[in-house]
Design a protein around this ligand. Structure first.
Ligand code: SAM
Length: 177
């Protein structure tokens, strides 16, 4: 499994996509990515995700307002691989063995239409099933399929809040008190 995974979020429109981009970031964090690169300027969104990280633990980061082209170039120069998620790509189960083999993985997801250059720069254009759905679902399923250990069992260190699983009810250890 890749040791280092980042998500590159393209095409985020602050007025329209706030909720879904936040969910891309939170899902990436929950399923084992180390950070999200946001190719738009939305400082507030980055702060909101950092706030969740502080409260629930781990070191997830958001780099706001990056240049997608510069980030992809730099990533590839450093030996990283790029997986662009698109319903037009090859189906994920056919790409998993190769993707699992790389050490550094950038996963690219769009919002509005993705520039064709991304398809050309990517090492893999991968569909999470060749049906249209959502970038949040695409990120979750991809991270789950390429994981070495079960991401649902991951522990996040250093948080103020820890949820204790319960059959019924909401139990939270709160270290702020
Ligand atoms: N209309 C846009 C286009 O033609 O590029 C795509 C909109 S879609 C809601 C937003 C993002 O969700 C896509 O850029 C892609 O990353 C992801 N996505 C949606 N369905 C997917 C699928 N079946 N497999 C992989 N990614 C998918």
């Amino acid at each position: 499994m890749p040791e280092k995974i980042v998500i590159l979020r393209l095409g985020h429109r602050p007025q329209r996509d706030k909720r879904i981009t936040t969910h891309v970031g939170l899902t990436a964090r929950a399923f084992g990515a180390e950070g999200m690169l946001l190719a738009s300027d939305d400082k507030k969104l980055s702060e909101n995700i950092a706030d969740v990280s502080n409260r629930f633990g781990g070191d997830f980061y958001v780099n706001n307002d990056v240049s997608w082209k510069a980030e992809i170039k730099k990533w590839k120069e450093d030996g990283g691989k790029v997986c662009h998620l698109s319903m037009y790509g090859i189906n994920l189960p056919d790409a998993v063995p190769e993707i699992k083999d790389c050490e550094k993985l950038m996963i690219v997801v769009g919002a509005e239409k993705v520039p064709f250059e991304i398809y050309e720069m990517a090492d893999w254009n991968v569909a999470v099933g060749n049906q249209p759905h959502s970038e949040v679902a695409a990120v979750a399923v991809t991270l789950d399929r390429i994981a070495g250990t079960d991401p649902l069992r991951a522990e996040f260190e250093g948080g103020e809040l820890t949820i204790v699983p319960e059959k019924c009810g909401k139990k939270v250890i709160d270290r702020r008190e």
